[in-house]
Design a protein around this ligand. Structure first.
Ligand SMILES: Nc1ncnc2c1ncn2[C@@H]1O[C@H](COP(=O)(O)OP(=O)(O)OP(=O)(O)O)[C@@H](O)[C@H]1O
Ligand SMILES: [Mg+2]
Length: 360
């Protein structure tokens, strides 16, 4: 899918902005603080109605204005859909083709956007929560079955934690809910294990295209207990062992909500040994991987890579750009761009200008 038209009204620093986009690579170039990320933030907002920079939607409305609006046209094969999102201090209104949206999943079906944000550079060295978030978002978009499984698990986890917080814990009730929780965790770890195997192979393809075949990456899933035919028995043993501690601390200490994964680049843990450039490249490959794991080609997401080129050497930048040009539609932001590849937009104090060049 691609976004063909974007209109911002009182969104972030823009009073009014109208842009048309082509498929392929779109490059937003301009100095610090000029409004490049503001544009890609709006594009990303189309997918989950959430900003990657803030949880506070009020910050997205231009200072001094009451209402901010994002309008976009999304083309997916032959179907063209218009999304309108109105943001204000009292919440947001979302329309697809002028009809109100009731479920957010409707939105991500129409506009699926993958984003690499500057903070993702440290994803391998970040808290496990950041890696679980990546996995959960990717899998939720991948399958509604996963969404059902994780919702059920989270409901049971909350229930178990509430039981643990009772003044006199009902041990029978704890036993019943623990068993339900273990059963609910099985599909989650199976999904995660399978998905990470696929992510691993995509990451290696990206790495090969950019760095050559002598490099290789290996993702290791770190589930709370081993995933195998004896999963239920092993998990039960683990919950038995941690029960006393859970009763004391009044919280569930083990389960998929504590899962993690790590990545080795050429046999060494990237978080501990990788250079900044290596971390950046592998983080980009990780964040891009869901793109290649969507079977229906027309549903492949729009890719947003905010401030992607910094810290990468020239050769890596060239190869990355060549790689990105093959995707349906990619947006990158950068402060300097000496290349001709892609459609270039100069972001300046007077607005955004599409640069005329070859093929325009
Ligand atoms: N709600 C808002 N109202 C008005 N201006 C805003 C609002 N939110 C952010 N801005 C302004 O937008 C500017 C930042 O824009 P943006 O983050 O897009 O810059 P950038 O071009 O990505 O810069 P960098 O290269 O440093 O990442 C800041 O000057 C900020 O004050
Ligand atoms: Mg920026």
């Amino acid at each position: 899918m691609i976004v063909t038209h974007l209109e911002l009204t009182d969104f972030r620093s823009y009073h009014r902005l109208q842009l048309d986009f082509d498929s392929g690579l779109n490059v937003l170039v301009g100095q610090n603080g000029i409004g490049k990320t503001n544009v890609v933030e709006a594009i990303n907002y189309l997918s989950l109605a959430r900003s990657f920079r803030t949880a506070n939607d009020a910050l997205l409305v231009r200072r001094g204005s009451e209402l901010g609006v994002i309008k976009a046209t999304i083309a997916q094969s032959a179907s063209i859909r218009r999304i309108t999102i109105a943001l204000s201090g009292n919440g947001k209104k979302i329309l697809i083709n002028d009809k109100p949206v009731t479920r957010l999943s409707e939105l991500s079906n129409v506009a699926n956007v993958l984003v690499f944000e500057p903070r993702d550079v440290i994803i391998f060295d970040d808290l496990p929560k950041a890696r679980r978030k990546f996995l959960d978002i990717a899998l939720i978009k991948h399958s509604s079955e996963y969404l059902d499984a994780i919702s059920r698990y989270e409901r049971l986890l909350k229930e178990r934690n509430e039981i643990l917080k009772q003044e006199r814990v009902n041990l029978m009730q704890l036993e019943v809910v623990t068993e339900q929780l273990i059963n609910a965790s099985q599909p989650i770890v199976i999904w995660r294990a399978k998905y990470l195997i696929n992510v691993n192979s995509v990451i290696n393809k990206v790495l090969k295209a950019i760095k050559g075949s002598e490099h290789h990456a290996k993702i290791e899933y770190l589930p709370f207990t081993s995933v195998g035919p004896d999963f239920l028995i092993k998990a039960k043993e683990l919950y038995d062992r941690t029960k006393e501690g859970d009763l004391k601390r009044k919280v569930t200490s083990v389960g998929p909500h504590r899962d993690d994964f790590r990545l080795d680049l050429n046999e060494s843990d990237i978080a501990a040994f990788g250079s900044q450039g290596e971390n950046r490249l592998l983080a980009i490959a990780l964040k891009l991987s869901p793109y290649f794991l969507i079977e229906e080609k027309e549903k492949r997401p729009i890719v947003v890579l905010d401030d992607v080129l910094s810290e990468l050497d020239n050769d890596t930048q060239d190869k990355l750009i060549l790689f990105l040009m093959k995707l349906d539609q990619t947006f990158i932001t950068t402060t300097t761009y000496k290349r001709q590849s892609g459609t270039i937009y100069d972001v300046g104090p007077q607005g955004i200008q599409r640069r005329l060049g070859y093929g325009n």
